[in-house]
Design a binder for this molecule. Structure first.
Ligand SMILES: Cc1ncc(COP(=O)(O)O)c(C=O)c1O
Length: 377
């Protein structure tokens, strides 16, 4: 029986105030003439793309970036206007829709760019294109090493002769912005080697930086794409220089409490043994909700601000915590990460580190069956 308005089991509470705070904090670190692009791909890293985008728009964030055509359409269908950039590779027959709905597309190689241009011409439209340069990530993008420079520059120039594609952006992506400044500078150098040869093309939007490189976004760059910092994850948890607040707080509801009357093992494979007298709580959240199973070795949850270590394996729908000595009642919510009602914080970076992963994965894993509830103070 649900005794609380949140949910009868796992729930993710989302703080609009936290998101707004993070936008302002990010802006504080950026150069004044650089615009912010809010990265809301992957359902805004699990936070919910549409509500997140609405708040970003209210905060005056000019650009939004997504990864797929479907993600861009979701935003447009919800009435989100303004520039949207698709960072991933979409089918070329999306050109007609992209032109009609003013969705900007990335072009990562010549054959794709030519096919997209042909599709746009056939559909009687023109697509705003951001050309992606591979400056050292060795992922999507035109080659920028000296041997390939001529082909890259000639190819890009050919894309924008005639109709079908409109030159709008030239961009790249750092491989280690949070940890390797020297390599980031090399990536900028490679970007500039192409940009300098294409100065006559009207690339109005020039971008390379992400959350780990807010301060590195300076002329000729005039946009920075930030994702994780919006959601309160430190780009480099070892050197936190942003005062970020959690946006998502994930809880599981305690549905049963028991005191052991004899020594017992807990959970699958009987990995943990607790003595008589130990108190445990069964929490309705499991790996099907997104809890990382590996975290069980060092994991703990917060209940009423108190640390409750995990007891035994995380199962699909629930887990067990040791609440011996703690003041806990059935119906309480145990915090997986975020901020609890008492104001205590268990940061996503901390939980991720204990689980051998990063906050990005922690957020994205929270599954669709966990209701998202937005709160503003
Ligand atoms: C191309 C691209 N730009 C920007 C971002 C945002 O990066 P961050 O979340 O580190 O700010 C990502 C994230 O994966 C990305 O793939």
């Amino acid at each position: 029986m649900c005794t609380n308005a949140w949910s009868d089991r796992a729930v993710a509470l989302l703080s609009a105030d936290g998101l707004r705070h993070n936008v302002r904090e990010i802006r504080r670190t950026m150069k004044k003439d650089v615009q912010l692009c809010g990265v809301v791909k992957a359902d805004a890293y699990g936070h919910g793309a549409v509500p997140t985008a609405r708040i970003l728009k209210e905060e005056g964030v000019s650009w939004l970036a997504v990864s797929t055509a479907k993600e861009a359409l979701e935003l447009r269908s919800a009435g989100i206007d303004g520039p949207i950039l698709v960072l991933g590779v979409v089918p070329v027959d999306f050109a007609e829709t992209a032109g009609r709905l003013a969705i900007s597309l990335s072009v990562h190689e010549q054959a794709y760019g030519e096919a997209l241009k042909d599709a746009a011409v056939r559909a009687g439209t023109a697509v705003h294109a951001h050309v992606k340069l591979d400056t050292g990530m060795t992922r999507l993008g035109y080659a920028t090493v000296p041997d390939d420079l001529t082909d890259t520059v000639t190819g890009i120039r050919r894309l924008f002769s005639g109709t079908g594609l409109i030159a709008e952006g030239l961009f790249s992506h750092f491989a280690a912005s949070e940890s390797d400044e020297a390599f980031s500078k090399e990536q900028i150098r490679r970007y500039l080697s192409v940009y300098e040869r294409l100065r006559d093309l009207p690339f109005a939007v020039r971008h390379i930086g992400n959350s780990g490189a807010l301060a590195m976004c300076e002329s000729p760059f005039n946009m920075c794409r930030s994702g994780i910092a919006l959601y309160g994850g430190q780009p480099d948890p070892l050197h936190p220089d942003l005062d970020l607040k959690p946006v998502m707080s994930v809880f599981g509801r305690i549905v049963q409490i028991k005191t052991l009357s004899q020594t017992e093992t807990v959970g699958y494979s009987r990995t943990v043994r607790l003595p008589a007298g130990a108190r445990v709580a069964v929490v309705e959240i499991g790996y099907a909700d997104g809890v990382i199973r590996r975290w069980e070795e060092t994991g703990y949850m917060l209940v009423r601000g108190q640390k409750a270590p995990l007891a035994g394996r995380v199962s699909m729908d629930r887990l067990v915590i040791n609440i011996s000595e703690l003041d806990v009642s059935a119906g309480d919510y145990a915090l997986y990460f975020g901020t609890d009602k008492s104001g205590a914080v268990l940061s996503a970076d901390d939980v991720a580190a204990r689980a051998g992963t990063i906050s990005y994965e922690l957020f994205c894993r929270i599954s669709a069956r966990v209701p998202r509830i937005w709160e503003s103070a």
